[in-house]
Design a protein around this ligand. Structure first.
Ligand code: ADP
Ligand code: MG
Length: 253
């Protein structure tokens, strides 16, 4: 098998007496869609925060495209092509959809907000328009971010992350709060980002219909550890996974 794009090797994260992630290892193949699933509190978001370097694991290594990034600062990651969205959103509520995506285009640079929003060039404007169209928010392009419902704010976060032209896209519960039609849109979008654009996608998600449809591989976490890993078909039939989600005696995920 080729070198994984992302290699998580034995990471442990402790918060005081609580071990949130316990000796976790998994690999994400280049250009694939990989889902990280598991019950609430399993350690999924904490793992994401380690990859984007917001948290420093107590032990373990993280390699990106063959390079050890275990001691990188969060601000270095966008430059390496790592873009993320947050479980609880990090948008500029008073700015429009368009302006939020525009700011994503400049995430590498250390300019002031005012300077960033002034007169973008034509190429940047076209990029912003195309990203907004891609996530299906064209009709809301001038709407303030805080006026969108939660699901559409999540789509806006994806557009902003894509403005970075990422090689690795980390999505924390992108389908939370989305209606069925929007989930179908997200399904197509993520599949296209992986298959057409070659972007590696790692997502945390509870909407199993989406996870099962788009994932090449699924890693299941429970109590900070890896419980199972495999294709959607393998995971859907794994009794340990079914038990972790629904308790003993449960028949299906
Ligand atoms: P998940 O995303 O799978 O629901 P999290 O990674 O958010 O789980 O949390 C894993 C565990 O770590 C939970 O018990 C949570 O309460 C705890 N935890 C997460 N972040 C922190 C933090 N910053 N400080 C203390 N405990 C935390
Ligand atoms: Mg979480």
């Amino acid at each position: 098998m080729s070198q994984p794009f992302l290699d998580i090797s034995g990471i442990t994260v402790k918060f005081g007496g609580l071990t949130a992630v316990n000796d976790l290892s998994f690999q994400v193949q280049r250009g694939s869609i990989h889902a990280l699933i598991g019950p609430n509190g399993a350690g999924k978001s904490t793992t994401f925060n380690c990859i984007s370097r917001y948290y420093q694991p107590n032990s373990g290594r993280i390699h990106l495209d063959g390079n050890d990034v275990s001691n990188h600062r969060p601000a270095q990651m966008p430059g390496l092509g790592v873009a993320r969205t947050f479980q609880n959103l990090e948008l500029f509520g008073e700015l429009s959809v368009w302006e939020n995506v525009l700011l994503g285009c400049h995430a590498h640079s250390a300019n002031t907000l005012g300077k960033l929003l002034r007169r973008p060039d034509g190429e940047t404007c076209d990029l912003v328009d195309s990203l907004i169209e891609r996530v299906g928010l064209t009709h809301d392009r001038m709407t303030r971010a805080r006026e969108l419902d939660f699901g559409h704010q999540k789509l806006l976060e994806i557009a902003r992350a894509l403005a970075l032209k990422p090689r690795l896209l980390l999505l924390d519960e992108p389908a939370a709060g989305l209606r069925n039609a929007d989930i179908e849109h997200l399904d197509k979008l993520l599949t296209e980002l992986s298959r057409r654009d070659g972007i590696t996608v790692l997502l945390v998600e509870h909407v199993m219909q989406l996870v099962m449809s788009i994932s090449d591989r699924i890693t299941v976490m429970s109590f900070g550890q890896k419980l199972a890993e495999g294709t959607p078909q393998e995971i859907g039939q794994d009794p340990r996974v079914i038990e972790a989600y629904l308790g003993k005696g449960a028949a299906r995920v």
